[in-house]
Structures are given as structure tokens and as C-alpha cells.
Ligand binder design. Sequence first.
Ligand SMILES: NC(=O)c1ccc[n+]([C@@H]2O[C@H](COP(=O)([O-])OP(=O)(O)OC[C@H]3O[C@@H](n4cnc5c(N)ncnc54)[C@H](O)[C@@H]3O)[C@@H](O)[C@H]2O)c1
Length: 347
Amino acid sequence: MKKKFAVVGYGGMGSWHVNHALKSDVLELCGIYDIDNKKSELAMERGIKAYASLDELINDKEVELVTVAIPNDVHLDTVCRLLKGGKNVICEKPVALSSEEFDTMVKTAKENGRLFTVHQNRRWDVDYLAIQGICDSGEIGKPLRIESRIHGSRGIPSDWRGIKKFGGGMILDWGVHLIDQLMLVFKDEKIATINCEETHITNNEVDDGFYLTITFESGAVAFVEVGTYNFLPLPRFYMKSENGTALIQDWREKAKVAKCKYWHESDVLPVQTAAGLTKTMAPRDSITMDVYEKEIPKSDVHDFYRNVCNAIDGKENQLVTQAQVGLVLKIMEHCFKSHGQTIKFEY
Ligand SMILES: NC(=O)c1ccc[n+]([C@@H]2O[C@H](COP(=O)([O-])OP(=O)(O)OC[C@H]3O[C@@H](n4cnc5c(N)ncnc54)[C@H](O)[C@@H]3O)[C@@H](O)[C@H]2O)c1
């Protein structure tokens, strides 16, 4: 049986949840609540019930699960009111602006015996799943360094995302997804240090991009870069592993893998450069290296909702756990403290 569901916030992401809930095989939409009357009117024009207040939504006993899709600075209050009102809650990312806020949410969920999770929907992105798959298969050995990048060229959106007190900036907006993905790939590693340099090309108040290096105790490195002033993008993923390299050029492209078959080469053909010959930098041939493409993994983002519904019924473990979310939040807090310096990671 489908679970009865409501959405708080009927903006960009709230509308996405409404549309996907309507398409989903596990959720039935009861309605939305938005603080802005215009958004409520828009919902009603579309045949969607709009609650007049958050309390009205909370008092609707039919509603079992609520997604909170409102600006980042107001997640805490709404999430806690819903949990206290007996609702299971999915909160949009980034869940909170500090670990203290998040701890309060987790405590409230526990005290009220409700499920509380975060919409880390980019765990279903096929580019990330391809990298995860290559690591899991062990086909080119353990990753030594993974670089995860997204490059746009339009600055940050001109809404609350450009304002600090609303939880704006790219570390919180996109960093949260890319860090979450890499922390799943490096799930068995312990973080040693963090170094994060923010960029402020189009916005002084919040970061419009950043370069983040997470160094693990093993020596492996996760590098995350978000840019909003890159008119020519660098590849989405670049991974150096013990026995090869993987590269994904763009979101929906296949992963290209180069696997080293023989480290030693008998005869290296030098490359002619302007300044002379080089054997060191000459490309390898097919005798010592296999190059192949991976099929794009299958993915259905509705599996997030399916998992949440099954977890509410005790049939599955919650996929996006509070421990994972809390760790990503801690990493982002270190990013804001780093100011381009390498700092020790405090768990
Ligand atoms: N997971 C993703 O891929 C993804 C993508 C975009 C946004 N988000 C997240 O979703 C959240 C919302 O972002 P958005 O892009 O939809 O913003 P938005 O500005 O488009 O919409 C926010 C809506 O919330 C309403 N609102 C504000 N305060 C409210 C309150 N206290 N109670 C009820 N309604 C309130 C606003 O009137 C507005 O309609 C943010 O946390 C954002 O980071 C997630």
C-alpha cells in the first residue's frame, strides 16, 4: 500500500518531490504547505491540496511521511515540529547549517520514534555509480586519488543561495552531494586532514566554488572541486588507482578505464615535443595497457523513496543514514574553517 505523503516548500525542489511522488509506485500525495500564498495558489491551480499552515499539515493524521524542501536556514525548526507531530521526515540537503542543529534533529527523531533521513539523491547519479562500481569490482585496484568535479559557468543562482545567513554557497549546495558520494567510495578510510580553498569570483558573501582536498590516513586522497565560472569544464571524474586510471568526461558519458597489464615496457617509442624527445611521458601501447569503456549503470532515483518506505515498515535499513549525513556535515564545517590551510580532521 502506498504511503501518504506531503511536501513542505513548493519551490524548485518541492515541485520536483511532488512530481516524483505522483509518479512513484510507493507514495500518494496528500498536499503541500508553503509559507508563500502564491505558491499555495499555484499548487491549487494544479489540483494539489495546499495546507493553510504547518500545524494543519501536522494535524492531518493521514500523512505519514513529509519531505522538507525549504531554504537551508529554516530546516531545523520545521523538521523538529514535524517529528514532534509524529511524522517521518525526509529533509532536503544540506540537512542543517551546523552539527549542533543536526544533533537536535536526530535527538528529536529518536525521542519521537520517527524515521529521519536526508534526500541525498545524487547517490543515484550514474557517473558516481560507475566510479563506485569500478572501485567495488577491484578491476584497477584500490583508488589512490579520486577527483570529482562539476564546472558550470553561470555563477550561483540569484536567490537565497547567494546569501550566507540562508545557508547559501556552493560548499553547502553542491559540495554536500560530491562529498557524500566520495565518502561512500572511501567508506573504510579514516580522514586525516582537510584543505579547502573557496572561490569568490561572482559573490563575496558566500563561496561560488571551492577546491577541497580530503587526505586519508592511508595516504589516499579525495579531491572535490565545484566551479561556477568555468566556461570549459574539466572531466566529471578522474581516478588514479593502484593498477590503472578511470575517467568520466561528463555526467551521462561512459567511464573510460585504462588498466595496466605490464608495468615494464621493453620498447618505448619516444614522443617528439617542441623542446625535444620524451620517453617518460610517451603514451603506452596496447601490449602493456587495456583501454575499455564501462556500460552506464542502471539507476532509478525513486529507489530512495522505496527505501524510505521500506525502512519505515522495518523491512530495510535506511540507506541514507544519520551517521553518514553527520560526517559530511562535519567535513563541510572543516571546509569553512580551513581558509586554504591544511587542518587536522576532528571526528
Ligand atoms: N537534492 C537536490 O538535488 C536539491 C536540488 C535543489 C534544491 N535542494 C534543496 O531543497 C531545498 C529548497 O531549495 P529550492 O531550490 O526548492 O528553493 P526555492 O527557493 O525554489 O523554494 C523554497 C520554497 O520554500 C518556501 N518556504 C520558505 N520558508 C518556508 C517555511 N518556513 N515553511 C514553508 N515554506 C517555506 C518558499 O516560499 C519557497 O517556495 C534546499 O534545502 C535546497 O538545498 C535540493
